[in-house]
Design a protein around this ligand. Structure first.
Ligand code: CTP
Ligand code: MG
Length: 380
């Protein structure tokens, strides 16, 4: 059996995004909870056939290099135009057999579009996604229609454009001048380029409104989950309670196997719930002596770690403590800070609030503290 070819993805991200505007180049702008480039990189990192990722960065963006290297990317430096950036990337990609050259500015690329290009490379040296033009095409002069362009056989070009590495390196080495994309370079060297199915969702963020379009596209395919948690701990002997990581002096303590932080336990369960991965008791059985007196941040970090390992971002936590005493309000700001730090998310995404139960029920009688929480996880 023939061994599988080694496939590299070369992401060009060295442009300045002048047409899209904004205070930073488009690839660094926020999109659905991450940056544009993070979506692009994830599409290739998550693809089972892609062995390595090369990212071409502008010299001015090298502050991002370490973080991308840590994620396993090889970094190359951009050139004066796109073709020069590609050439630098081709020089850095090592011994791969095939390369998929892709615009960082196309964050909505799907696995299917990538699959088609890879499949076509089995029978030829070059393949790229295109979309048959369906709109009528006009030739304009001074704002009026001066002619009709026949659209038969016209395609709109997309990326990733796939090539045999040796062939595209040779083509780039010989090419002189400006190129819209690598297909133009390949054709100049006489390579046959197969057209594979593109997707209208695989847009290139180019103009100011395109980020909003990309957001709409990604939201359709986003996996958004909410999980809820509920927990109760009874009062017992002690002089303080620990709620959401903050020790509050009180006439009683809370009874529990660990530090009995009912707030943190509830948020932990909400995250497990969103993942549909059981509950705190399953992951940290009370029967196991190693968790006796354990600090609850261990449980919370475990849950959020599981979420991240599965590619989810924790986008929001809302936690409601239910008790008559102690009064939570004066400590809520500190609780939010502690929780946000353990969860490694913005303070603005963490809510901690409290209510009494109007002296009704076990919380009203001061027998214990209850808590309910919601956690939202997003995978895009
Ligand atoms: N690109 C690059 N090096 C360059 C120019 C462009 O790596 N010297 C990359 C861009 O970062 C982008 C892709 O090529 O991912 C497509 O280019 P384009 O859409 O033109 O992006 P920009 O050049 O950044 O945008 P603009 O032309 O509006 O400045
Ligand atoms: Mg450009």
């Amino acid at each position: 059996m023939l061994s599988q070819p080694k496939i590299a993805a070369l992401i060009v991200a060295a442009g300045r995004g002048t047409r899209a505007g904004g205070s930073t180049p488009k690839q660094w702008q926020p999109l659905c909870g991450k940056r544009v480039i993070d979506h692009t990189l994830a599409a290739f990192q998550d693809h089972p056939s892609v062995d390595r990722l090369i990212v071409v960065l502008n010299e001015a963006d090298m502050a991002h290099a370490q973080e991308l290297t840590d994620k396993g990317c090889i970094i190359a430096t951009g050139g004066v135009d796109r073709a020069a950036s590609v050439r630098n990337g081709l020089a850095a990609l090592g011994d791969a057999d095939q390369v998929l050259i892709h615009d960082a500015a196309r964050p909505c690329v799907s696995a299917e579009v990538i699959d088609h290009v890879i499949a076509a490379l089995q029978s030829g040296p070059a393949a790229a996604p295109g979309i048959a033009v369906t709109d009528a095409l006009w030739v304009a002069e001074n704002g009026t229609v001066a002619g009709i362009q026949d659209r038969t056989a016209l395609y709109a070009a997309q990326t990733p454009q796939g090539f045999d590495v040796a062939a595209i390196r040779a083509a780039h080495a010989r090419y002189d001048g400006v190129a819209a994309d690598d297909v133009e370079v390949a054709r100049a060297a006489g390579m046959a380029v197969a057209i594979t199915p593109g997707s209208i969702d695989n847009l290139k963020i180019t103009l100011p409104g395109d980020l909003t379009r990309a957001q709409r596209i990604l939201e359709q395919t986003m996996d958004i989950r909410t999980g809820n948690g509920f927990d109760v701990h009874a009062f017992g002997p002690g002089d303080h309670v620990t709620l959401c990581g903050v020790a509050i002096p009180h006439s009683h303590g809370l009874v529990g196997h660990s530090d009995a932080d009912v707030g943190m336990h509830t948020v932990t369960d909400a995250i497990y719930g969103a993942l549909a991965m059981g509950d705190i008791g399953q992951h940290f059985p009370p029967s196991d002596p190693q968790w006796k007196g354990a600090q609850s941040h261990i449980f919370l970090s475990h849950a959020v770690g599981l979420a991240r390992a599965q590619g989810f971002e924790l986008t929001h936590v809302d936690c409601t403590l239910i008790c008559e005493y102690p009064k939570v309000g004066p400590h809520a700001a500190e609780m939010r800070k502690v929780m946000a730090s353990i969860l490694a998310i913005d303070l603005a995404r963490v809510s901690v609030k409290a209510t009494t139960s109007e002296r009704l029920g076990f919380t009203g009688r001061g027998e214990g503290i209850a808590c309910m929480a919601t956690a939202t996880l997003v995978k895009s």
